[in-house]
Design a protein around this ligand. Structure first.
Ligand code: ACO
Length: 374
């Protein structure tokens, strides 16, 4: 393999330092600021994890209560932003809605100098579900909903706004756990995009807008929606196994499988898969979970490719009643914590990110006047 092939897409290249996360590191696995992802998924709330990422330590009970209060106070939307959300067509992809809404919030509430950067991070964390679901409910139910619910958690707030009623604790906790798993993942494409933008000394809204654009693609966050669409194509595990073998034979990519850094498994998958099974039993599902498992088996048997964080997250969201087109936006509502933490880390020791490229174009050309060109 040539050096170029090895480093294509910067695979295996270290592009900087971070204190926020290890991904697949020997002896550590996936950790956020040194805490194992399994401990966080089992024992923490998403708000504790966001605080850990943004403020550098796990909050004590007083700090957590104050943080929850702060986030609740930041859920409201400027009236002008609501007006624009009403004007954005209802068939727009919600990732495009969030991308535009974050950019607009930067117009109504510009960051200015960076002395209030934690406040901007908290504001985005608190109001992303409000932006998404204000737009969604206006265009699906024709309602101008009140986005300032009394729910303590981001997950409860999200499901309450979506379904117009308080969620069951099982559903809220399941969403909360996926938010924890999605919160941070080192120099993934969207986070790196945010750091590149931040490196020019741009504002947080610009960096997050760019990150949403990067997350949107099916090779990154968009994979959870694509995975759901695939799973729903099949009526039985046998049909799914045959169908996926056929796709592999046609060299098609199966979304929700494989990873740039992990080689044998994605640690987030074990948690999502367990939740998906439990929720499938609760929902009396007879085929969706079995189909997902059949696809997972074929992918491992045929290609030694494993399910990544997105594959079973898809059925978790489906079982708690979330429409497929809102799956990737949920990723945004979580990853904002990691993005903002990286933006602040980049600023703390900033250096413009501007790599070099190997030129592979034509040699120096002689100038041709326009009338002599072919
Ligand atoms: N389905 C089928 N084949 C695959 C898949 C897949 N999901 N993933 C990798 N491969 C194959 C490729 O075709 C390629 O085969 P080849 O060498 O014969 O050409 C080989 O495995 C290596 O794949 P690359 O794309 O070169 O690996 P890379 O590290 O660049 O890609 C990626 C990682 C983008 C995640 C890839 O595995 C993929 O496209 N997966 C599907 C999209 C997806 O699930 N993305 C979510 C990532 S996790 C997240 O964002 C939370």
């Amino acid at each position: 393999m040539s050096d170029k092939k090895k480093t294509g897409g910067l695979a295996g290249v270290s592009a900087g330092e971070t204190q926020l996360c290890t991904v697949g590191k020997e002896g550590a696995g996936l950790t956020y600021r040194g805490y194992d992802i399994y401990d966080l998924a089992d024992r923490a709330s998403f708000e504790e994890v966001a605080y850990l990422l943004l403020y550098g330590k796990l909050p004590n009970s007083r700090e957590l209560a104050a943080y929850i209060k702060t986030l609740k106070s930041l859920r409201g939307l400027p009236p002008q932003l609501k007006q624009v959300l009403e004007l954005v067509p209802g068939d727009t992809h919600p990732m495009d809605v969030l991308r535009s809404a974050v950019s607009l919030l930067g117009n109504f509430e510009p960051e200015g100098d960076f002395s209030n950067q934690s406040r901007v991070a908290d504001r985005l964390l608190a109001c992303l579900p409000s932006m998404l679901l204000y737009w969604h409910r206006f265009h699906t139910d024709g309602k101008r909903i009140n986005v300032e619910t009394g729910d303590d958690s981001v997950s409860g707030h999200f499901l309450h706004l979506l379904h117009d009623s308080k969620p069951s604790e099982l559903h809220r906790k399941s969403l909360d756990t996926t938010l924890i798993l999605y919160a941070e993942h080192e120099f993934n494409a969207s986070t790196f995009a945010a750091r590149v933008i931040t490196g020019t000394l741009s504002d947080m809204h610009s960096a997050v807008t760019g990150a949403i654009g990067a997350l949107r693609g099916p090779l990154h966050g968009g994979a959870n929606e694509a995975a759901m669409e695939l799973i729903q194509k099949f009526k039985s595990p046998d049909e799914a196994a045959r169908g996926v073998r056929g796709m592999l034979a046609r060299k098609e990519r199966i979304m929700g499988f494989g990873h740039r850094v992990y080689t044998v498994s994605d640690p987030r998958n074990a948690v999502n898969k367990k939740m998906s099974k439990m929720l499938s039993e609760e929902a009396g599902d007879t085929h969706l979970y079995a189909i997902s498992e059949a696809i997972e088996k074929v992918m491992w048997d045929e290609k030694k490719l494993f399910a990544n964080a997105d594959f079973f997250a898809a059925s978790v969201y489906h079982f708690i009643g979330i429409p497929t087109y809102l799956f990737t936006p949920i990723f945004v509502c979580s990853r904002i914590s990691g993005w903002a933490a990286h933006i602040m880390e980049q600023r703390a020791n900033n250096k413009l990110i501007r790599p070099a490229a190997d030129y592979i174009g034509p040699p120096l050309q002689k100038w041709q006047p326009i009338e002599k060109r072919a």
